[in-house]
Design a protein around this ligand. Sequence first.
Ligand code: HEC
Length: 250
Amino acid sequence: MPRRPFAGLALSLLPLAVFAAKAPPPSSYGPGQLPAAGSASEANPKAAKPAPGPKAPAAAAPAKPSGPPKIEFVDPASPMVSALKRHGETAAGVVSKRLLDALNAALASGGPVAAVEVCQTKAPALTAEKLPNRSPVTAVKRTSLRLRNPANAPDDAERAALDRVAAAVAKGEPPPAVLVQRIQTSDTAKPEWRVYKPIVAQPACLVCHGDPAAQPPGLRAALQQRYPADAATGYAAGEWRGLLRLTVTP
Ligand code: HEC
């Protein structure tokens, strides 16, 4: 049985992939991509409202427009979502380890600027790797409220997840260990399920995400050149950095 290709693990997952000469493709949406806000009827002409006319007969009315997607959080402790939560968390572990291994190897072999080269050449192989054990995770993305690459900007559902974590953090709580979200784009469509895992800044991250004044000049210049709107500096170790989003297609 052919499996869905693991298209979601795209280049932008690898922090260093960005240094590719070309801007990375607009992030790593998989099959579960949400329509942009307000675009539902463009995307699905059949769902468009009929032009108001004097005698639009009720019988000819097309399927009712689906409106904006319905975004809900589901208690991660609910038995209903335990399998998909587990798949999401397993995939999050695998993907985080791959990223961290690539990062550490690159940093060790010549420092942040040289690491860029190494990671750039490694990125294609890394991103082509599938998740093990026939994982039902079909897309992975990293996002944040303080972005380095605007291509990693959250969609509406990701934004809701980020806001939820930010609210907990603002109250002095640790980020929730996991979030589970159901997105319903229409009454009839199958829901999209997402699992979110918070990403926390570690000491190894701070060379590129810590105090910019402490960055080696070559690195600072490279980052500034590629990310003029970089908002992803000034982090401390242990600080909440963003979310890893995993779309699970059971
Ligand atoms: C060598 C520099 C470097 C290091 C070290 C580094 N990053 Fe990044 N990080 C980047 C770059 C460059 C991007 C932009 C990636 C892109 O273009 O998609 C990025 C992007 C991200 C993003 C995606 C959201 C955004 O702001 O665009 C997250 C989340 C992130 N990094 C977390 C981490 C974490 C966690 C660590 C430590 C484990 C880390 N980074 C270490 C350079 C680095």
